[in-house]
Design a protein around this ligand. Structure first.
Ligand code: ZN
Length: 167
């Protein structure tokens, strides 16, 4: 399988709002497999379709240490939330940067799996944070939106420099 290209901040395509999946077709489940594969290759714990320039509401997640507990979320919706928690977040679209972000500590969410079957999970900690971070991507939102604009500009500048050094 081939990895999909991951868009990097400040690519404007990361700002597109994803539309719901109407039918979980075989194309959609194949895409979900590719998204998951790309996430594992990039050593991430979550990847949203938006990050690979596919603007449908699809997310791949695996927060397990052993990387054998994949989760596909199609049309995810948070149905309940409580508490607050601040952790340092990173993002495959903003490589090398980690910033504190405040999120709900506990959530319940509903989604379809890659076969189109609905499920609901109640969770807290890392999975709850990851789901909120990835749903943000589907809304065109990035974790750097939660930091000061001065810091966001600095990250933008440093990423640009890193890219120039690579070229
Ligand atoms: Zn991210």
């Amino acid at each position: 399988m081939q990895s999909l290209d991951i868009l990097e901040f400040p690519d404007p395509r990361l700002r597109k709002v994803a539309t719901p999946v109407e039918n979980v077709t075989s194309e959609i489940s194949e895409f979900a497999d590719k998204l998951l594969y790309t996430m594992y290759q990039a050593i991430g714990i979550g990847l949203a379709a938006t990050q690979v320039n596919f603007h449908k509401r699809i997310i791949a997640i695996d927060v397990s240490e052993t990387k054998d507990n994949p989760l596909i979320l199609i049309n995810p919706v948070i149905v309940d939330s409580s508490g607050e928690l601040e952790t340092n977040e990173g993002c495959l679209s903003i490589p090398g940067f980690y910033e504190p972000v405040r999120r709900f500590e506990e959530i319940s969410f509903k989604a379809l799996d890659k076969m189109g079957k609905e499920y609901e999970i109640h969770t807290k900690g890392i999975l709850a944070i990851c789901v909120q971070h990835e749903i943000d991507h589907l809304e065109g939102k990035l974790f750097v939106d939660y930091v000061s604009s001065a810091k966001r500009q600095l990250i933008r500048k440093k990423l640009k420099k890193a890219k120039q050094n690579m070229a």
